[in-house]
Design a protein. Structure first.
Length: 124
């Protein structure tokens, strides 16, 4: 049987690696935009000429990727800790959340974080 916490940690690693790749692209794009602006181009022209996805879209995709991986890890850890005998109150204290939030994590009533990333990630 697969360990959900180990799987979630692998997803965190994958997400961080992907964010580093996209982060490098964001830095390159930002430098290019700044160079164009320093050479005298107005922002209105620079923005119209910016390649898609835009930097703000790339940033959103990175944040969403981390939220998704983090949510998956939180749910997996909460279930593992509960299965190991910790109470919801103990888990809540450990995570720094309410007992009700732990209850939601354990019952999967929380939003499906895997759908958060959206279409931007598939283009970059």
């Amino acid at each position: 049987m697969e360990d959900p916490v180990a799987h979630a940690l692998e997803e965190v690693k994958h997400s961080i690696r992907r964010n580093i790749e996209v982060g490098t692209l964001i830095i390159e794009r930002a430098e290019s935009l700044l160079d164009a602006h320093h050479s005298g181009k107005p922002w209105s022209q620079i923005v119209r000429e910016e390649d898609r996805p835009l930097i703000v879209e790339l940033l959103t995709a990175n944040l969403n990727r981390l939220m998704s991986a983090g949510g998956q890890l939180r749910r997996a850890k909460a279930k593992a800790l509960h299965d190991d005998g910790m109470t919801m109150e103990q888990i809540a204290s450990f995570f720094g959340v309410t007992r009700q939030r732990v209850s939601a994590l354990l019952s999967d009533r929380s939003a499906d974080d895997s759908s958060i990333e959206g279409s931007i990630d598939s283009t970059v």
